[in-house]
Design a binder for this molecule. Structure first.
Ligand SMILES: Cc1ncc(COP(=O)(O)O)c(C=O)c1O
Length: 371
């Protein structure tokens, strides 16, 4: 199906990248990195030139998120997946409660199930439904996912937790575009290859004083084995000096910093406003066409960053995604593989322009309506 469909010239997007993981890295940022010549790539991350970029990025994130002055931007190598283990080993005391609404929130839960001394519990909804995290007595740690990348569900509210509980948020694909009240959050982390338009293999973890104290408390428990490279003390200490514990990919930090600067030009309110405009476009189109349907029924849970749109089973979404990829006009709009739905998953991240999203809707409509 769709093998003979040809995208008309006037509908070809200026950039084919619509994927949600990883996402579009602006060509301008790549060129800017090339122009730094000998100054950054291939030099030491412990020297001033690289540390200045790291510092600018950390300060830029503090400005962007309007962080309370005692919150810290802790960074390191490995990405969100590695953090799941680092968090389980070094920030959870005993009993984390996980709110699961898709594959990624489930993976985080399973990561904690692997740690013998933890007793993780789970509240889970059918994938495609939204979830509302709540504080529950007896849990020292709440694990929430701001934007479930597999299903396109976002959180609509955060609970207020007590002084003995850490509220942790995996913000990987929502950070920057789905605002939260940071005063409620103790640990807010993400990998930068989504809204922050960089490469993977790196993490940013925004920690409240309570989260730092928790890390210090657990570190004092000498009966708990924590591998050296997973120790929060190293990450925190190095981040305070605008460094990572071990050698990072400098290009990742460079792209991240470029994106933070770009987004700071219009600020979080401006970015969120644009995201809402894109969401109205995509979900509005899906409601209007009889052969499309937003996967997430309840509007308040429909993501502002990742749109999941079901296609009538008479048409094959994967076949269309493949046909568009072969023409090199649209990449990576396939559904999350394990979800197994006849669906398009579309990035509404900051660097994917409204105009290109509009063209994508027209391409899909034209293709389906020409069958
Ligand atoms: C919500 C969420 N959490 C965690 C991850 C894992 O991130 P990484 O691949 O950078 O480890 C992803 C990746 O897409 C994600 O979307």
């Amino acid at each position: 199906m769709f093998e003979s469909f040809k995208v008309p010239k006037d509908l070809i997007p200026s950039d084919p990248r619509f994927g949600v993981g990883p996402s579009l890295i602006p060509i301008e940022a790549v060129q800017k990195l090339a122009q730094t010549g000998h100054e950054l790539l291939g030099t030491s991350h412990r020297k001033e030139a690289v540390r200045n970029v790291v510092k600018e990025m950390q300060e830029g994130l503090k400005t962007y998120f309007k962080l309370p002055s005692d919150y810290e931007v802790v960074i390191g190598n490995g990405g969100a997946t590695i953090l799941w283990d680092m968090i389980g080993l070094g920030l959870v005391e005993k009993s984390p409660l996980h709110f699961v609404c898709g594959e990624f929130s489930d993976k985080w839960f399973r990561a904690n199930q692997n740690i013998p001394w933890l007793k993780p519990e789970v509240r889970k909804v059918e994938f495609g439904k939204g979830i509302d995290p709540v504080a529950v007595a007896g849990h020292d740690f709440l694990a929430c996912t701001l934007n479930e990348t597999s299903t396109g569900v976002m959180l609509s509210e955060l609970p207020q937790v007590g002084s003995d509980t850490i509220l942790a948020i995996d913000a990987t694909s929502g950070a920057g575009q789905i605002p939260i009240d940071f005063k409620k959050s103790d640990l807010y982390y993400f990998s930068p290859q989504k809204v922050f338009a960089s490469e993977g293999g790196f993490y940013i973890s925004i920690m409240s004083p309570k989260a730092i104290e928790r890390a210090q408390k657990i570190a004092r428990d000498t009966s708990r084995f924590i591998p050296e490279s997973f120790k929060w003390a190293h990450a925190i200490e190095n981040s305070r000096q605008n460094q990572t514990y071990n050698t990072p990919a400098i290009s990742t930090i460079f792209f991240l910093n470029e994106q933070v600067k770009l987004m700071n030009k219009i600020g979080e309110e401006g970015v969120v406003k644009e995201a809402k405009r894109k969401a109205e476009l995509i979900y509005g189109w899906a409601k209007e066409k009889s052969y499309l349907n937003p996967f997430i029924e309840e509007e308040k849970y429909r993501s502002l960053a990742v749109a999941t749109i079901d296609l009538d089973p008479k048409f094959k979404a994967d076949d269309l995604a493949n046909a568009l990829r072969l023409q090199k006009v649209v990449y990576d709009i396939d559904a999350y593989r394990k979800l197994g739905r006849n669906q398009f998953r579309i990035s509404m991240f900051h660097n994917v322009s409204y105009e290109n999203l509009e063209k994508l809707t027209k391409i899909i409509s034209l293709a389906v309506e020409s069958i």
